[in-house]
Design a protein around this ligand. Sequence first.
Ligand SMILES: Cc1cc2nc3c(=O)[nH]c(=O)nc-3n(C[C@H](O)[C@H](O)[C@H](O)COP(=O)(O)O)c2cc1C
Length: 148
Amino acid sequence: MAKWRCTVCDYIHEGPEPPETCPVCGVDASFFEKVEEAAANPCQDEVKKALRHITYGLYIVASRKGKKINGQCANTVFQITSEPVKIAVGINKNNLTHEYIQDSQVFSVSILDTNGLGLVRNFGFRSGRDADKFAGMEYDMGTWGYLC
Ligand SMILES: Cc1cc2nc3c(=O)[nH]c(=O)nc-3n(C[C@H](O)[C@H](O)[C@H](O)COP(=O)(O)O)c2cc1C
């Protein structure tokens, strides 16, 4: 039986096709990817299984470069310390958002709840190099010029 993994919440569905909607986070079938057969290294498979038990949130990390703005979906945002306020964000160096953060040295983090899952498709599956992800979207600029 084929296995399908929800790319948003890691739920695994077994069946010939992905489910119409994810029973855990509610996204539609297009968010599912087929789980490939066992990796050459069986340990790697076990490690991957274990990794799915690590919990995380869902965020939009956005930044700017001059007057241009861009953002991306991220789940690697977490608090390091509250005093001083310090968080860690994992951003792939190939992403446009990374380029903008490097340039402006500012970024925002928007915390998504289940109502925000529709934003995942816009911000998580395409690059700002190919589309203006903020087109038609409401947003505010903070006092330091970052987005909130
Ligand atoms: C659920 C989800 C979580 C993601 N988490 C991260 C992340 O933590 N760090 C990261 O660099 N990319 C993450 N991505 C991938 C980026 O959102 C994606 O590559 C995006 O298209 C980059 O856009 P940009 O080139 O406009 O910056 C995630 C994608 C999804 C769907």
